[in-house]
Structure formats: structure tokens, C-alpha cells
Write a protein that binds this ligand. Structure first.
Ligand code: OAD
Length: 252
């Protein structure tokens, strides 16, 4: 991580009233949750998303799809927030206490930002912790879902599916609108741990860039957005985010 860039970004974050933090799977990598597109270890290197994460797959084979998401949930249930999530929460608390704001917009379905204490998290792809009856639309928390057989069914006789966005489905409108408001009103935009290739979510990075506000990418690897953002901090979010807060004087 380049110290000069860290200084410059710390100055921007320190003086910003409103910060938008856009996160992806990389922010949860240090909590032991696989990302999607890493060669070999990424979920999409091991599994075919069209067989497991597409709305047509759910229609065709609900047993396999719900089993897979139940397995994914078990990985999330074992995970705890890492210093990256914690630093984002701390930044939100401090900015809110000072009359500003940090809006967390995530593509992750693992609930780890919530678990770390972040508030009003905008979950663009839903949450694996909520499951929804396809027949009635009723939501229930995963602890109230009976997984003794697959696919799980509700008392109303409907298929219970995770309340997440599958490929081929629309993102929830309220989340899209909240995310757009956050991006349109921020003074600084941080993109943390996302490969920035899945739309419409990745479009928020472009929206921030087009507004001309400073944009910062935090990622150990290069992404298609690396050349377009104002600053890049190369490294793991669990290292870079706490270092950034320290540099802002917000962490000991
Ligand atoms: P990806 O797997 O595409 O990208 C993860 C990014 O995190 C990569 O750029 C990695 O270099 C980076 N990374 C890895 N370890 C990191 C760390 N410790 N700290 C910071 N960054 C790290 O995941 P997403 O961009 O989140 O959608 O993928 C977006 C969407 O594609 C997901 O929500 C999911 C997937 O298909 C659906 O399932 C609908």
C-alpha cells in the first residue's frame, strides 16, 4: 500500500461529510467466505452459476439450488466480521456522531456488515439470512426454515427460497433507489473488494466517477475500474480499511 496515497485518501475521508462505501465479496474474504471470481478458489471456478444461481435453475431444480444456498448459509453462519467490516462500521459511527453519514452499499448476502454493527446497510443482492415463500411472499428468518428435506416448503405449500437476487432477476427497487441516492449525495466514494464486473451494481462506481467526486478503490488486484478511479489502495480490506482509519485519527 502506497503511503502517499494513503495520506491523500485519509485527508479526503477525514474532510468528507458524506461517504458512500460500496462493497463486494472481497470484504468478507478475510472472514473465510469465498469470493466468486478468484481463479481456482472462487465459487464460480468451482461451481456453474447457471446451474445454481440462475432463476431458471431454481425453476428447473429447486432441490439442488436450495441445498446449495443452505450450504452457502452454513459457511456464512460460521463466519464473523473481520477488521475491514469493523473499520467501515467505526467510520459510519464517527461520521454520524459528527452530523455526517456513511452509507454502506453491499453486493454481499452474508449479513456481515450488519453483524459488525453497521446501520441501514443497502443490500443490493438481498440476504441469505431471510427466506421467502414463493406462494405468499411471506419472509422468515433462516432459523425458522425447516431444512429436514429439500426444497424447503412453507405451511402454505409454497417453495421457500433465499431472499436474494438470482441471475435473471431484477434487483429490489428500494435498494436501487437508496443506493443511487447515496452515490448522488456522497463527497467521497469508496469501492472495496469488488471485481466491478456485475451490473447494475458496478454501475454505481461509474455514477460516482461521472459526478466528479473523488473515488477510491481498495482491492489487492486490478479491476476494470482501476484506471478510472481517483486513487487505488492495493491490499486486503482488513488491512487497508483499519490503516485508513488510523491515518484519519479514528483508530488507535
Ligand atoms: P468477485 O469475486 O467478482 O470479486 C471479489 C473481488 O475482491 C476481487 O476483485 C478480488 O481481487 C477482491 N479481493 C479478494 N480478497 C480481498 C480482500 N481481502 N480485500 C479486498 N478485496 C479482495 O465478487 P463481487 O465483485 O462481489 O452475484 O461479485 C459481484 C457479484 O457477482 C456477487 O454479488 C455475485 C457474483 O456473481 C450474484 O450471485 C447475483
Amino acid at each position: 500500500m502506497d503511503e502517499h496515497t494513503l495520506d491523500a485518501v485519509a485527508e479526503l475521508v477525514h474532510s468528507a461529510r458524506r461517504v458512500a462505501v460500496f462493497t463486494g465479496a472481497g470484504v468478507s474474504a478475510e472472514s473465510g467466505i469465498e469470493t466468486f471470481r478468484q481463479p481456482q478458489t472462487g465459487l464460480w471456478a468451482q461451481f456453474d452459476p447457471m446451474e445454481l444461481a440462475h432463476v431458471d435453475a431454481l425453476r428447473r431444480d429447486p432441490e439442488t439450488v436450495t441445498r446449495w444456498y443452505h450450504w452457502r448459509f452454513s459457511k456464512c453462519a460460521d463466519a464473523t466480521p473481520n477488521p475491514g467490516h469493523e473499520a467501515i462500521t467505526r467510520l459510519q459511527r464517527v461520521k454520524r456522531e459528527a452530523g455526517g453519514d456513511v452509507q454502506v452499499i453491499t453486493q454481499n448476502i452474508d449479513g456481515l456488515h450488519h453483524q459488525a454493527g453497521a446501520e441501514d446497510v443497502i443490500e443490493l443482492h438481498g440476504s441469505i439470512l431471510r427466506w421467502r415463500c414463493q406462494k405468499t411472499g411471506t419472509m422468515r428468518s433462516i432459523g425458522d426454515v425447516d431444512f429436514s428435506s429439500f426444497p424447503p416448503m412453507s405451511e402454505a405449500g409454497g417453495l421457500l427460497r433465499p431472499d436474494i437476487v438470482l441471475f435473471g432477476e431484477m434487483l429490489p427497487n428500494d435498494a436501487l433507489e437508496a443506493a443511487e441516492r447515496a452515490v448522488m449525495s456522497c463527497d467521497v466514494f469508496l469501492t472495496v473488494g469488488t471485481s466491478a464486473v456485475v451490473y447494475p451494481a458496478a454501475g454505481y462506481i461509474e455514477l460516482a466517477i461521472s459526478r466528479g467526486v473523488p473515488t477510491v478503490e481498495i482491492n489487492p488486484d486490478v479491476t476494470p475500474m482501476s484506471g478510472a478511479v481517483t486513487h487505488t489502495l492495493r491490499g486486503a480490506s482488513g488491512v487497508v480499511m483499519p490503516a485508513l482509519l488510523k491515518q484519519c485519527g479514528l483508530l488507535d
